[in-house]
Write a protein that binds this ligand. Structure first.
Ligand code: G6P
Length: 606
């Protein structure tokens, strides 16, 4: 996730953009930059680092011109560096572009443009956009807007993009597909931005672009164009009722709630992996004699889910291990035939890095899944995949967890293909389900928030909660336990449901709340047996199960119905009710859900 902003009006653009950028810094903060147009020239200042550090070095306010674009970056392709910071320029230095999103076909486009003698200065996917526009506009002589629209036709992936040109000092061109973009409509000036926080101090009137739309934005107006038909779209501004703080959280009271709601977008981005890296990772995984999946906290639960997925999809056994336990307990077994796949949102967790350092010295192959380009994990991994979730500000991981599970699922699927372990029809069925996951999650979010808030109201004074699931759902139970416990401070227990009769059942008495995670999989029948055992002892049964599962519905005191999903992908939608439960329990108990006591987002000590 990055933030883009543009301004056109009578004020000097650079200081306005600088201030707006600081409002967007929560969207990413590894590099930033501004471009303006003045007297037929494009001016650019950009660097890696946080905005205020860059300002101290370069004085971002001191740039001429009443039109400009700016960017604050959360790297996806190419680490944080001056060259990779946006805005990006074409070869003639007359066009500047900022972009938020992921261009999936950038490698092909880059190759094609390089053959046409375009010189690339960065490692970003974004740079292909500016060279494409240059190709059509500067070299082939198409008008700027037509060149922009033609370039967009060549691009696959997600984008909110803004462009200025020295030949067109009176307009900013923008377009969106699967990344947010709003026009802030002022009196004699206009903004464009990833979100309204950037301009809400200056104007509360906004027009939201839809997917597949472009716009020409001038100081005194804007024209929206539908990309597919190039026809005009009429849309009036809406008036925003938010103040700046509400706007930063998109109107949600907390970042955690915002991030729970952002999961469909984060999952769409997690489906946009770069194939060459996924293939490389899969090939290296395939060579391992022993494969460890390593993580801490929530990322460990993604590993736990991953080990079921690797086994069931690719028929490959892996060991999920808590990072802090690795060196002492498994370290001696590591050798050159070992592959370690480390999962870490931050890529900086000390327990993970310590384990990897040990494994590196023993010549193991280190692979990574992370949300943070340039993190230590990306530097020490032989190959890594980025989950593309954007910054997560709530300390409790929500959107980054479901994205990690989706990345692991794709790796398992790729490994299955490589090893010829799946029949074509199974492969097709999975692929279809994968693509549908963001939509399924959207349905779940809209459906379960209210009932889970009511469950939270019922359970707010309980002393302990129990979470049970079988198979891959035991990882969902573990993550539910962690989420609810860390936000509510209520002690929680999770078990594989099959183990419940070997101990946990002794704590059950009348009204004891027991959550069952029961997707419609091979374990369902046995889960029903466990529900009956618990029910017979007076437990309050709260089941998260398929909406058509009438048998489970009958047995439950509270039934949370889920839309149909492939059972192996259930860890993604089925964890969402528990994220809401955790959030609302925190609120009801007066806890700060964004900053639970005693915890840190990234634990960089052993
Ligand atoms: C901390 C955070 C957790 C997180 C864990 C691992 O404990 O509070 O939310 O899951 O670290 O972090 P990582 O960045 O390695 O995924």
């Amino acid at each position: 996730m990055c933030g883009i902003v543009g301004y056109i009006g009578s004020e000097n653009a650079a200081p306005v953009l600088h201030r707006a950028l600081t409002r967007l810094e929560y969207r990413g903060y590894d590099s930033a930059g501004i471009a303006t147009v003045f007297n037929g020239r494009v001016f650019v200042k950009k660097d890696s680092g946080r905005i205020e550090e860059i300002h101290k070095r370069l004085n971002l306010d001191d740039m001429p011109g009443g039109v400009g674009i700016a960017h604050t970056r959360w790297a996806t392709h190419g680490g944080p560096s001056q060259a990779n910071a946006h805005p990006h320029l074409d070869c003639s230095n007359s066009i500047a572009v900022v972009h938020n999103g992921v261009i999936e076909n950038f490698l092909q486009l880059r190759k094609e443009l390089t053959e046409l003698n375009h010189v690339f200065k960065s490692k970003t996917d974004t740079e292909v956009i500016v060279h494409l526009v240059e190709e059509y506009h500067v070299r082939q002589g198409k008008p700027l807007l037509e060149a922009f629209l033609t370039a967009l036709e060549r691009i696959q992936g997600s984008y909110a993009v803004a462009l200025i040109s020295s030949n067109a000092a009176r307009e900013i061109l923008v377009a969106r597909n699967d990344a947010p973009l709003a026009i802030g409509v002022g009196d004699g000036f206009n903004f464009i931005s990833s979100d309204v926080t950037a301009f809400i101090e200056k104007t509360k009137r906004a027009v939201f672009l839809q997917n597949g739309e472009a716009a020409v934005v001038r100081a005194d107006g804007y024209d929206i164009i539908k990309l597919a038909t190039r026809g005009a779209v009429a849309r009036k501004p809406v008036t925003l009722l938010w103040d700046i703080e509400m706007a930063e959280k998109h109107g949600y009271p907390h970042f955690t709630l915002k991030e729970i709601h952002e999961q469909p977008e984060a999952l769409r981005n997690a489906l946009r992996l770069q194939n060459i890296y996924v293939d490389l990772l899969t090939e290296l995984l395939d060579r391992g004699r022993d494969i460890f999946l390593l993580g801490a906290g929530t990322s460990y639960h993604a590993c736990l889910a991953g080990s079921y997925l690797f086994s069931k999809i690719a028929r490959v056994a892996t060991y999920p291990v808590v990072a802090s336990e690795f060196v002492e307990n498994y370290g001696a077994s590591v050798n050159a035939d070992t592959v370690i796949l480390a999962v870490s949102q931050s890529g900086e967790t000390a327990d993970v890095l310590n384990a990897l350092e040990h494994a590196r010295l023993r010549a193991a192959t280190i692979l990574g899944i992370t949300n943070t380009v340039g993190s230590t994990l990306t530097r020490i991994s032989r190959a890594y995949v980025l989950q593309n979730s954007g910054p997560e500000i709530g300390v409790a991981a929500t959107k980054t967890y479901t994205a990690q599970v989706l990345v692991l699922t794709q790796l398992a699927l790729r490994l299955a293909k490589l090893r010829g372990k799946l029949a074509q029809f199974e492969m097709d069925e999975f692929k279809e389900t994968l693509v549908n996951i963001p939509g399924i999650v959207e349905v779940v979010i809209s459906r379960v928030e209210k009932p889970m808030r009511e469950v939270a109201e019922k359970l707010v004074d309980k002393d302990v909660l129990l979470f049970l699931g079988r198979g891959v759902s035991s990882s969902t139970a573990a993550e539910a336990r962690l989420k609810v416990m860390e936000l509510s401070y209520i002690p929680c227990i999770s078990y594989s449901a099959g183990e419940s009769k070997h101990g946990p059942i002794s704590i059950i008495d009348k009204g004891f709340p027991v959550f069952f995670i029961v997707p419609p999989d091979d374990d369902r029948k046995q889960n029903i047996g466990n529900i009956m055992e618990m029910k017979a002892r007076g437990a309050m049964i709260i089941a998260v199960a398929d909406e058509n599962d009438d048998e489970v519905r009958e047995l439950s005191d509270i039934f949370i119905g889920m839309p149909a999903v492939h059972p192996l992908l259930s860890p993604i939608p089925y964890v969402i009710p528990f994220q809401f439960l955790a959030y609302y329990l925190a609120i009801l108990r007066g806890n700060d859900p964004d900053k639970p006591r005693n915890l840190a987002k990234s634990v960089t000590v052993l």
